[in-house]
Write a protein of this length. Structure first.
Length: 255
């Protein structure tokens, strides 16, 4: 089941609250984030808040925007923790207000033009939820309280990553391949890689006569965190040619 727009907004708010709770619990904002080692926890908070203000402005700019908008009037990032928490809450509210005002069907600039995700406000909300959820995991890990992504977030996140980040029209530079992903929550997806690009579909049942070249099994949270480089391949159940996953990770369709 795809999350509906009100659910996306609800979960963006919930994950943002969880992110702020991790920031509030940290003994110091100078500690390094293990999954983003070039950043401190303060840097991660700054990244999340600045990004939400920017996406709020991009959504508000409407379908005629030709690039992501950097708002000139966004408040500066405060260094003091309580002020930083209030700034983070305000950045989330700015994003939620912009999304609600626009509605899910309005066009919006996105960076994922040649994908299977539409260039709409609804698709932006869907991907924003995943970015916030993964960075919430980063913050929780940093303070020693890493938690799996909530199941409803993660199941939708597996599909969002495949539709948004994998599906495209650039020619696959290797031998054609079929890749399956299965989550313990009972959902599956198939990715076809060929000279025509990368195409994804949900699998209601195994496809007769077509066997995947490689398949991965795990919880939806594990797969999403794996997609974003937070979970090791060797901790998943994998059958087939695992080298295809290495090719996928190294593939830059824009080149």
């Amino acid at each position: 089941m795809i999350l509906e727009f009100p659910d996306l907004l609800r979960l963006i708010d919930e994950r943002s609250v969880a992110f702020r709770a991790a920031i509030a619990a940290a003994p110091s904002l100078d500690v390094r984030v293990p999954t983003c080692p070039e950043w401190t926890l303060f840097d991660l908070a700054q990244h999340l808040g600045v990004g939400r203000y920017s996406w709020a402005a991009t959504v508000a700019a409407g379908p005629d925007a030709t690039a992501k908008v950097t708002p000139a009037d966004a408040p500066p990032v405060p260094a003091e923790r309580e002020a930083l928490l209030a700034w983070l809450a305000a950045s989330t509210q700015a994003l939620l207000d912009a999304l609600r005002e626009a509605g899910p069907d309005r066009g919006c600039w996105t960076w994922w033009g040649p994908s299977q995700s539409p260039q709409t406000v609804g698709a932006v909300a869907r991907h924003q939820l995943q970015e916030i959820a993964v960075h919430t995991y980063d913050a929780q890990l940093t303070v020693g309280d890493a938690q799996p992504l909530p199941a409803e977030v993660a199941v939708d996140g597996v599909e969002d990553f495949q539709f948004t980040c994998c599906a495209n029209t650039a020619a696959w530079p290797h031998e054609p391949a079929v890749v399956d992903y299965h989550v313990s929550e009972g959902r599956s997806w198939r990715l076809w890689l060929s000279g025509d690009g990368a195409k994804v579909a949900r699998l209601a049942a195994p496809v007769d006569g077509e066997v995947a070249d490689v398949a991965a099994w795990g919880s939806a949270s594990e797969l999403v965190l794996w997609f974003y480089g937070r979970f090791p391949t060797e901790s998943l159940k994998v059958e087939g040619d695992a080298g295809i996953f290495d090719q996928l990770i190294a593939w830059d369709p824009s080149v």
